[in-house]
Design a protein around this ligand. Sequence first.
Ligand code: AMP
Ligand code: MG
Length: 403
Amino acid sequence: MLSITEALEEVSRHAFRLPTLECPAIEAMGMALAEDVISPVESPAFDKAMMDGFALIAADTNSGNVNLEIVEEITAGNTASEAIEEGQAARIMTGAPLPPGADSVIMVEDTQIDSENVDRVQILQPVKQGSHVLKQGDLLAKGQVVIPTGTIIRPVEVGILADLAAGKALVHRRPTVAIICTGDELVGPGVEPGPGQIRNTNGPMLEAMAIEAGATVKQLGIVRDNRDELAQAIKEGLQADILLISGGMSVGVKDLGPALLAQQGVEKIFHKVKLKPGKPLWFGKQADTDIPTLVFGLPGNPASSLVCFHVFVRRALNELMGRSQISPFVSGFLLTRDFVNPGNRPVFFPAYASRKDGGGATIVPLNWKGSADIATLSQANALACFEANSQYEAGQFVSAVMT
Ligand code: AMP
Ligand code: MG
């Protein structure tokens, strides 16, 4: 049986980058850039006023209180019609280009205008050369890498792309995820569960997780534990980049998944991982195709399937989208109560993490009732990671997967 780390390595090794496409940056939020964003120009393109005030020659103000002639007014979006000469100033607004000859801006608050003589301005103090001016090229040089490949696009990147790349981003296209839920016991929405039947929790939950992770989803519905029905659904599912099959992947009499997948050319990479919950996880890859579908057989228990998605499916999706720098684990949570894991597998335990006054974060394992219990997962915002056969004391640091 593979360890969590070994299984994650296998997932990464078999995942591939999806083809790239150019799209509006706003639609690429959360996706990784597939190329460096290079500044095509210097920024700013001109010496720019950073305050409302007066553009002037700093040397004119060395003696302190001086009086300058106002030659014109320059607002943002306009340019000066003439150069500033000794003894002159131009009224200027934030964002406007400095007039030729001027080297500094004094803010309007540090000036005075006599209402009898509105064509002149009193400069109340000496101005340091370069004050309130952003020099041409100070922010970005032409040809500079502004955002490197792999950066995940957030609102600030959308802003930069609008400025430098006409609002376009080159990203790996969104993965498609197909979802099959197997089980004779499952009923869909709007159907009252009969004796022994249950509602399909995993289908909608996995869809939500895939959407949250940046994928587009195709639901293939509930499939009976029936050879033909499942074979047909798998055939359809293999059109997607990732196929998730919930349930039916163990070794029970009705667990038909692995054999049917093999018949359709999906090779098993691993089956079972040393973790709790989620041990029955199955992972395979379609052979002999350009863009092979990755197949995850997820345990039917909702909590198990949620954990496997967070740790393994998310890793695959991130690799496909070029977001390989994202790790499922966050370290440094201070445990606030003792915890014992008597089992021989590491456990991901539903827990609540919160910020601590004065820095750092704490985590408290919740009163979880096992892999069928997703109600407690709703109170959790993390899965605390505990080693096999281990005993933890309050005050120790642990890592966690955020949910
Ligand atoms: P399995 O992995 O098929 O052996 O299922 C393990 C457990 O999860 C059983 O109790 C199933 O009834 C339950 N289960 C399977 N699929 C689902 C589902 N889609 N939604 C909720 N529970 C499920
Ligand atoms: Mg089943």
